[in-house]
Design a protein around this ligand. Structure first.
Ligand SMILES: *Cc1c(COP(=O)(O)O)cnc(C)c1O
Length: 509
């Protein structure tokens, strides 16, 4: 990873430990990788560099197509395999385990299909996400519905299809009662609880605070007894759900959330006198290391911690559901944007690129919580060399704060170069924000060709060196077409151009 850090200049870490956070300019080494997994790290950076070069060479990136999202198919498959292996290693043989990818992290049908092929299901939280999962061919038995605002129609559809549903609150359970009375359904049904174990370093993503909007707040007066009663009264409630992790939540807190949920399942089953709760859904929320190419923490570390803290969860008496999102996809996506202009303001160089708030909304609006590594590439898509210069990397939107990175030390970006925002495979380019009617970029998946990435030479100190070649070896597939201006007009009321001018107050005479 040394080579990558040299180029990205800055190490950022938005909180695997929730405490030590480095957002500023950093000399660029030695952060937070000791406990992580180095497997695949070098390959990942090399594949990405080669993909950027090939994207320029093959014309996916050009003056007329100044931004793309790239997805590393091999990396996604590797993460899916690591997830399965991590839980296989700690569960009793024969334990049913469903890893349901949180669709909201990367709502793209080809991604869901790829994950399906890797044995991963889908966790959906809206009619749109359910439709995406179905379009990807995910069967109801591998789909879980969790949203906090399900309409009667959504619930009816889910139960008709046999999709697992976790009720968020007592009013929703009432609705489900009605549906269960009126029709038979194969849907496994459960209740989402909030163990209220506390917040992490990003308030907006902390689902287990005392006042979180999600689930039944377990420590509130009477709530625990209400939950137990709900199961005693409804023999068809067979699952228990909690999702307490997310970016900025320390693993210890996630483990406590799962432990509390397990303890509640045990209590329910004891009070009922049988194993009524047969499956525990532990949610997702493994934090991602945005500071380097190292995967940390790993699924293996989390599964091991869980199995040590909550051994009963893995002894075969309970089926398991997980709902990881960010940790499956983040490190396998890259936004690459052309530098349209460069300038200097107040003595600071500014590179004006095509990637800003429309693809990196969280980073632009909350840069302290969501810093991204930026890699510099030259006009041919080759890693940019040169001394680090403190500069701003700006987006194209018309407000001053549209900065992808502020005061970042990088090789000086020049007109026609490319800036890449790394680790953006989840909650970034598939979460377009239509500011300035900027078009959604095309998204392409890639795999190395026959002789990549072995075509890379490995230099001193394990540093991977770009080996220039005849080129074009990386193979791309379109995941999503770039949005056209015609589509923007159509989505912006183009078919109703005179709707407002034709609207008159009715004549009351
Ligand atoms: C968002 C969400 C997830 C996934 O969270 P990540 O941090 O992306 O892993 C899982 N379950 C539920 C209920 C969620 O809302």
């Amino acid at each position: 990873m040394g080579a990558d850090l040299d180029r990205t200049g800055d190490v950022v870490d938005n909180g695997n430990d929730g405490e030590e956070r480095t957002f500023g300019i950093d000399s660029g080494d030695s952060h937070g990788s000791e406990s992580g997994s180095d497997s695949g790290t070098t390959g990942r950076a090399a594949r990405r560099d080669e993909a950027v070069r090939a994207a320029v060479e093959q014309g996916l990136l050009s003056p007329g197509a100044p931004m793309v999202g790239l997805l590393d198919v091999i990396g996604i498959r590797e993460s899916a395999a690591e997830l399965r292996a991590a839980f296989d290693a700690v569960t009793a043989p024969g334990t049913p385990v469903l890893h349901a990818f949180a669709v909201k992290a990367t709502p793209l049908v080809p991604v869901l299909r790829l994950l399906r092929e890797e044995g991963i299901g889908a966790e959906v939280a809206s009619p749109g996400e359910l439709a995406l999962a179905r379009a990807a061919g995910l069967p109801p038995a591998r789909t879980v519905l969790d949203s906090p605002a399900k309409t009667p129609a959504e619930l009816r559809e889910a139960l008709a299809l046999g999709i697992a549903v976790n009720a968020d609150n007592p009013q929703e359970l009432d609705r489900i009662d009605g549906l269960v009375r009126s029709a038979t359904s194969r849907s496994p049904l459960g209740i989402r609880v909030n163990p209220q174990v506390g917040a992490g370093s990003i308030e907006a993503l902390s689902t287990a605070t005392a006042t979180s909007k999600f689930g039944v707040a377990l420590r509130d007066e009477g709530a625990r007894e209400w939950v137990v009663r709900a199961y005693l009264d409804r023999p068809w409630l067979s699952r228990l759900h909690a999702h307490t992790g997310s970016q900025g939540i320390p693993l210890s807190l996630m483990v406590r959330g799962v432990a509390e949920t397990y303890a509640l399942a045990e209590e329910i089953n004891r009070r009922v006198g049988r194993s009524q709760v047969d499956t525990i859904d532990i949610g997702g929320g493994l934090p991602v290391n945005f500071g380097s190419d190292v995967t940390a923490p790993t699924y293996a570390q989390y599964a091991r911690l869980l199995s040590e803290a909550v051994p009963g969860l893995f002894d075969g008496r309970y089926g398991l559901v997980t709902e990881f999102g960010r940790s499956l996809l983040a490190k396998h996506g890259t936004v690459v944007a052309r530098v349209e202009y460069t300038k200097s303001a107040g003595g600071r160089p500014v590179a004006v690129t095509h990637a800003g708030v429309q693809v990196a909304t969280r980073t632009v609006y909350a840069p302290g919580s969501w810093p991204l590594r930026i890699a510099a590439y030259d006009a041919k898509g080759r890693p940019k060399e040169g001394p680090a210069v403190v500069q701003d990397v700006a987006g194209p939107a018309c407000f001053a704060g549209d900065l992808l990175a502020e005061g970042r030390a990088l090789p000086l970006l020049e007109q026609g170069d490319y800036a890449a925002a790394l680790d953006t495979g989840a909650y970034y380019f598939a979460h377009h924000y239509a500011y300035n009617s900027l078009a959604r970029p095309g998204i392409y998946g890639f795999v190395p060709g026959d002789d990549g990435p072995d075509g890379f030479a490995s230099g001193g100190g394990g540093r991977t060196v770009f080996a220039s070649s005849g080129g074009g070896r990386t193979v791309f597939a379109t995941v999503r077409e770039p949005q056209t201006v015609e589509e923007i007009v159509a989505e912006s009321g183009g078919a109703h151009a005179s709707a407002l001018t034709a609207l008159r107050t009715p004549d009351r005479r």
